[in-house]
Design a binder for this molecule. Structure first.
Ligand code: NAD
Length: 490
């Protein structure tokens, strides 16, 4: 059992904060205790990360870092079955989804191993200047110490999205996983330890947001903050960063629209709609939680959608055949049930779900839920639920669909289904979202940029954009003209 913090290459007990329980959402029982890190622990970790940065890690070549990343990938891959099971117990998600996540995390480390190696070729690039008396080249240098704060919905995968590019760039880091799901991040530290990653390069502080996250965000020794989580916390992180002008990237919430046109194939549409809102119990920042259906296809589509939703098998994530596990916590369940109550009170029609399943007497389960025709200004249509909770509205014209989809303070993702490629292109160009899926919803690839517009965040993760988050660009300009330049000394 890992109940310590990983600081400077060592497992250490928390300085002051004591321990906290991690709960299995399927049983509501404690799984194990973990350290509740506090400001003192964060300070030790940031100092260790700084020492590691200046004492060698930032000077390593991309090829060397690529080897470390490959070693980490191999280590995670070696333990992937155990990691997937741990993720299920910690987070609640069905085992096949957890296996998928761990596979994606491994792939993420491998991908950034490749980008780290490429970085060596991108160094010292000459830049043509219009004045031949000057010669210029650019250097890509690691940003320094990164503070990385992540949520509970994809515990190891979110860690991989942040840790892998930071290491590839030559940065060092302090990772703060969610207090609800810290276990696989500790295993990542264990993997780093086993492969012999230099002390202080990767540090993991478990703990609560206010006690461990806030001191990390506020620490003057942190150069870069990378945060994934809710908008209110993102706003606090931004304020903390503003105090001493830290570089930030934010991946925040969403209320993403899924537009289905009359010419769509009903079966294909229903499959992607289900995947877009019930995968990971709907606890997905990019969940396509607002369904916009064109009037012509609506009767057939809605009948099939409700029927398929009712057929989803709900149960503990380790049980075979389960497609919907419990929500992550009692608090998340209470939040989703409150949205159900608000939906009912608002006059929207509850088509299916909305309650705890009768056959499960414990665990934070809720039936997959669909509300029909909520008002455009209702809470359930506007706010992120972060649960298996779909709202549906109908539209007549393409222009109306785009207007409804864009009428949101969020802009993370959107999906459009149509067999008319020109229409799909037109609509995807008009959608104000960082990610647009055409004839699908949610497929995510480490090569492609990830992030949102509007209140869904700042910056992009994944792909080469994810690496750029941890790089500074330096220009080195040299005067190569004859003698004095001739401004003061004519
Ligand atoms: P959250 O904001 O409550 O917590 C996220 C992390 O921030 C946790 O580690 C938490 O301990 C920490 N934290 C909390 N208060 C803090 C503070 N004052 N200072 C510093 N750190 C603090 O979010 P959550 O409930 O864990 O996750 C759900 C949210 O995350 C949803 O809104 C979802 O949309 C978003 N999310 C976004 C993406 C994306 O890529 N855009 C991915 C996953 C989740």
């Amino acid at each position: 059992m890992r109940d310590q913090l990983y600081i400077n290459g060592e497992w250490v007990s928390p300085d002051l904060g004591g321990y906290m329980d991690v709960i299995d959402p399927a049983t509501e029982q404690s799984l194990q205790r973990v350290a509740a890190g506090t400001e003192e622990d964060v300070d030790h970790a940031v100092r260790a990360a700084r020492r590691a940065f200046t004492s060698g890690w930032s000077q390593t070549t991309g090829a060397e870092r690529g080897q470390w990343l490959d070693a980490l990938a191999a280590e995670l891959e070696h333990g992937q079955e155990a990691l997937a099971e741990l993720e299920v117990r910690d987070n609640g998600k069905p085992l096949p989804e957890a296996q998928w996540d761990i596979g994606d995390a491994v792939a993420c480390f491998r991908y950034y191993a490749g980008l780290a190696r490429e970085l060596d070729e991108r160094q010292d690039q000459p830049l043509a200047l219009p004045d031949e008396r000057f010669r210029c080249h650019t250097r890509l240098e690691p940003i320094g110490v990164a503070g990385q704060i992540i949520p509970w919905n994809y515990p190891l995968l979110m860690a991989a999205w942040k840790v892998a590019p930071a290491l590839a760039a030559g940065a060092t880091l302090v990772l703060k996983p969610s207090e609800l799901t810290p276990l696989t991040a500790l295993e990542l530290a264990g993997a780093a330890d086993r492969v012999g990653l230099p002390a202080g390069v990767l540090n993991v502080i478990t703990g609560r947001g206010g006690e461990a996250g806030a001191p990390l965000a506020e620490h003057p020794g942190v150069d870069k903050l990378a945060f994934t989580g809710s908008v209110p916390t993102g706003s606090k992180i931004m304020s903390a960063a503003a105090a001493d002008i830290k570089n930030i990237s934010l991946e925040l919430g969403g209320k993403s629209a899924f537009i289905v046109f009359d010419d769509a194939d009903v079966e294909a549409a229903v499959e992607w709609i289900l995947f877009g809102i019930f995968w990971n119990q709907g606890q997905v920042c990019s969940a396509t939680s607002r369904l916009l259906v064109q009037e012509g296809i609506a009767p057939r589509l809605m009948e099939r959608l409700v029927q398929a939703t009712r057929a989803i098998t709900i149960g503990p994530g380790l049980e075979p055949g389960v497609l919907l596990g419990p929500l992550v916590s009692a608090g998340q369940l209470a939040k989703v049930l409150d949205f159900v109550a608000q939906g009912k009170a608002s006059g929207a029609r509850l088509l299916t779900g909305g309650q705890r399943p009768a056959h499960l007497d414990r665990g934070f389960f809720i039936e997959p839920t669909i509300f029909d025709e909520p008002d455009a200004d209702s809470t359930i249509w506007r706010e992120e639920v972060f649960g298996p909770f779909l709202c549906v509205k109908r539209f007549k014209t393409e222009a109306q669909a785009v207007q409804m989809a864009n009428a949101s303070r969020f802009g993370l993702a959107a999906a459009v289904m149509s067999q008319d490629p020109q229409r799909a292109t037109r609509v995807s160009n008009e959608l104000r979202a960082g990610i647009v899926w055409v004839n699908c919803s949610q497929p995510t690839f480490v090569e492609a940029p990830w992030g949102g517009m509007k209140q869904s965040g700042i910056g992009r993760e994944l792909g080469r954009w994810g690496l750029d988050n941890y790089l500074e660009v330096k220009q080195v300009t040299e005067y190569v003209g004859e003698g004095a330049w001739g401004w003061y000394l004519k």
